[in-house]
Design a protein. Structure first.
Length: 118
């Protein structure tokens, strides 16, 4: 089993920045891709960004150029640096992890709220 704990959410004004962290623990052997997803009220959960163990990244078009995903494998931690935040970025952000050779994420964190408002 793998446990994921997110932190770093909060209230920020439009144009501001936040950095989310996701600390993973447990049986990390075979964990390859980790990602960030978000879900706004009344909307479906959507992909924000993913990062593979080798460092390759993928971003949703809506966050490209504003968000950066990174990971420290020796610390089992993934980060999401969010800059130039917009009100439409308001959502609960979830960290997820999946094992090599699978297409679905097996592990999810509890989520952290990000609110962008003046």
């Amino acid at each position: 089993q793998v446990q994921l704990v997110e932190s770093g959410g909060g209230l920020v004004q439009p144009g501001g920045s936040l950095r989310l962290s996701c600390a993973a623990s447990g049986s990390m052997f075979g964990i390859d891709t980790m990602g960030w997803y978000r879900q706004a009220p009344g909307k479906q959960r959507e992909l924000v960004a993913t990062i593979a163990s080798g460092g390759s990244t993928n971003y949703a078009d809506s966050v490209k150029g504003r968000f950066t995903i990174s990971r420290e494998n020796n610390k089992n931690t993934v980060y999401l640096q969010m800059n130039s935040l917009k009100p439409e970025d308001t959502a609960v952000y979830y960290c997820a992890a999946r094992r090599t050779g699978t297409t679905q994420y097996q592990y999810w964190g509890q989520g952290t709220q990000v609110t962008v408002s003046s």
